[in-house]
Design a binder for this molecule. Structure first.
Ligand code: RUB
Length: 302
């Protein structure tokens, strides 16, 4: 698969979800490296930077993308021979992808422990990190059921309900505006994250903050499931996470609404006070411990 094909797939959301975007980007960068046939180190570095820039430009919100690229690119900054640089990039990219898969398995295990027997769970959008614990809990024999939001405008909820139904998990599809109507029946909310900021704020699919606020009102715990590569070191330096605005045609055909402004922000920020815990592959943490995760990552991701 060419780099351009991966860029197109991420932009068009054929590849979507922060974790899968990160893995696809790491794989694409390694393949892009193989297209460089020269022997000059500087030319190699320029080639790699061009690939990194193209991938970074695909979607702005998920820090997993930047983190995957930073990790894969790191050997290009070392003072080593080109052949070692190439081997280093391949190793870094491959290890990132392997670690991402292992992280999901651990999150599934930790998250499943957190789901009580007989629980009714609400989820929003389509997050593999949030769905794996639910599927694991079901496979472990827990009698659970799920309410999944439609997640307009892209309706990632359709993917979620099909995935859960295929695993035999009892699941109900609801429209986004029915969240508060059903919240009293929930025992737990489980969602994923695109980015976690150093203050513990969680940036995830638009509507996540509304779900979390309704959960708080109904005294329902909100659990965010996210690999540590979704934590953003740059937010610790004061950088603000950019919220992606997508084509308004994803919402309605603008030609049918002359004189109307249409807005399509696709992520929002849930402040830490609305989040009970974050489950990572390193364990369950308070959102207020996000800075500590980032501090530990600094050796990996600058
Ligand atoms: C997907 C989304 C998901 C997170 C986490 O948005 O908001 O909740 O990316 O997903 P989009 P995962 O469909 O716009 O990419 O846990 O699979 O990484």
């Amino acid at each position: 698969m060419t780099l351009q094909a991966t860029v197109d797939d991420i932009k068009s959301m054929k590849v979507r979800g922060a974790g899968r975007i990160a893995e696809a980007a790491a794989a694409a960068l390694v393949e892009w490296m193989d297209e460089f046939k020269g022997s000059d180190v500087e030319a190699f570095r320029e080639h790699m930077k061009r690939g990194e820039k193209a991938l970074l430009g695909t979607r702005p919100t998920a820090v997993s993308l930047r983190n995957a690229l930073t990790i894969t690119m790191r050997p290009t900054g070392d003072d080593i021979q080109l052949s070692d640089m190439r081997a280093g990039v391949r190793k870094a990219g491959t290890e990132f992808m392997k670690n991402a898969r292992v992280a999901l398995e651990r999150i599934a295990e930790f998250g499943a422990h957190r789901i009580p027997e007989g629980a009714t769970i609400m989820t929003h959008c389509n997050s593999q990190a949030a769905l794996r614990p639910i599927i694991k809990a079901h496979k472990d024999g827990k009698d659970i059921k799920v309410f999944a939001t439609e997640s307009r405008p892209w309706r990632q909820g359709h993917v979620t309900v099909k995935q859960l139904a295929a695993e035999g998990v009892p699941v109900t599809l609801i429209v986004d505006s029915a969240v508060r109507f059903f919240m009293d029946e929930m025992d737990i909310v489980m969602v994923g994250a695109d980015t976690i900021a150093s203050d513990g704020s969680v940036i995830n699919k638009i509507g996540t903050s509304q779900v979390a606020m309704c959960a708080r009102e109904a005294h329902v715990p909100v659990i965010v499931c996210a690999e540590t590569f979704k934590f953003s070191p740059r937010t610790a330096r004061g950088e603000v996470v950019e919220i992606e605005e997508r084509d308004v045609a994803e919402v309605v055909d603008p030609k049918e609404f002359p004189g109307v402004t249409i807005a399509n922000p696709v992520f929002d920020t849930t402040p830490p006070q609305f989040i009970t815990a974050i489950i990572t592959e390193k364990g369950l943490i308070s959102p207020y411990a996000a800075y500590e995760i980032i501090r530990q990552m600094q050796g990996d991701i600058l």
